[in-house]
Design a protein around this ligand. Sequence first.
Ligand SMILES: *Cc1c(COP(=O)(O)O)cnc(C)c1O
Length: 459
Amino acid sequence: MNDHRAPMHDYTPEIDELADDILAYAKDRVSLDPTPMGRPASAEELFEALGPTITEDGIGSDRALTAFTDVLAPACLSVDNTRYLSFVPAAPTEAAVLFDLVVGAESIYGGSWLEGSGATYAENEALRWLCDLAGLGEQSGGVFVQGGTIGNLSALVAARGAAEAKLRDQGRYRPNRWAFLVSDTAHSSVPSAAMVMDADAIPVPTGPDRRLTGDLVARALDEYGELIAGVVATAGSTNLGVIDDLASIGRVCNERNVFFHVDAAYGGAALAAPKVRHLFDGIELADSVIIDPHKWLFAPFDCCALLWRDPDQARAVHAQHAEYLEFLDVYGDWNPSDFAIQLTRRARGLPFWFSLACYGTRTYGEAVQRTIDLAAEAAAKIEAAPNLRLAWEPGLSIVVFERIGWKEGDYQVCTEKMLADGTGFVVPSRHDGRPVFRFCFINPRTTSAEIDAILAAMA
Ligand SMILES: *Cc1c(COP(=O)(O)O)cnc(C)c1O
């Protein structure tokens, strides 16, 4: 496509070649095992290697593609690498990744039923599976949004809407500033969402087990009274994998008619694993739940399932109104854009739907269980190692441990060395004020030998 005179919307022979090159590259990347770890680069280094890529005349597709494959892609870490155990990694299935190419090619507008009925129908089927795993009832439904952060924000806005409606019905004034009660293990996106709403996120101090309970919530509700627009429990805290006591919290919230949101962005995938499903008992009492398929349900970025017990509660605050939006509902009134903060949206749930359809739900449960087993295996190895100390019983697929005798700087050096020599990617975290290492297992293809190699590098 170096003939820049060809109109850029024409399918020329050069574009046909480009299509082959891009499909071949994508196919090759999907088939790689292991995927390259990649490494971070500085902006100066990247400029040095590439020069300007955006020019008046264009650099042509060959150079643009080579810039990506040879310089830019290697400067991105492969979160799907089996030795990437930091933060929350990802491990999209082959089918999901390949289908993502199709979603891109299709130009689907995923915001309304009118424009994207087929896509929305399929996304809804995947969302139904998640709603049913959580036990939210047949009236429940949801939408796929960008990530847990937008999911949490959308949920808190609906909680505030419900709280305001309640006061309005009683002819009473709203407080000047709303607040949410949140687990003290809550993800940073929860206080961030409250801040965006000019509200407070009040962390409720928990005991040594780090679990928020109904008693703690009841006491805090007594203390803060009608300032509270909702309660946010965590089902799988990001640092430790702790699941709050959802049943007792749900009971208190339901009794007092307070909106109950469960942030299961990371942990919610484990609803599919029968052996640990009981840890989530009470999630069925939630008004809203988020689960990130881009974390532990093997979908490509970006994909968060935002689930509503009563979708009308979401519609009431999130549906946008405009003259040109009024004619949308002839073919169906389930418009995904009505259920979160968004209007235009990619049908980002489709790769997840396609993969679920291909492999079946049982395979998903087994893959999640496999990573929980990996965490247990790693914990056993850590307990057996003389210079390592398990800092927390593994919660779901997260393992947190100390390297005896090491200070913060030692952890950092070890992390950099492991990244540089390809042993793995494990960043330090903090627990009880002390530096620790933290593994988060998402990739069912991580092997025992890989765990051994990483632990050996810490010895
Ligand atoms: C990851 C995470 C989030 C944020 O989700 P994003 O998809 O990264 O926006 C929120 N809550 C919990 C518990 C998480 O683990």
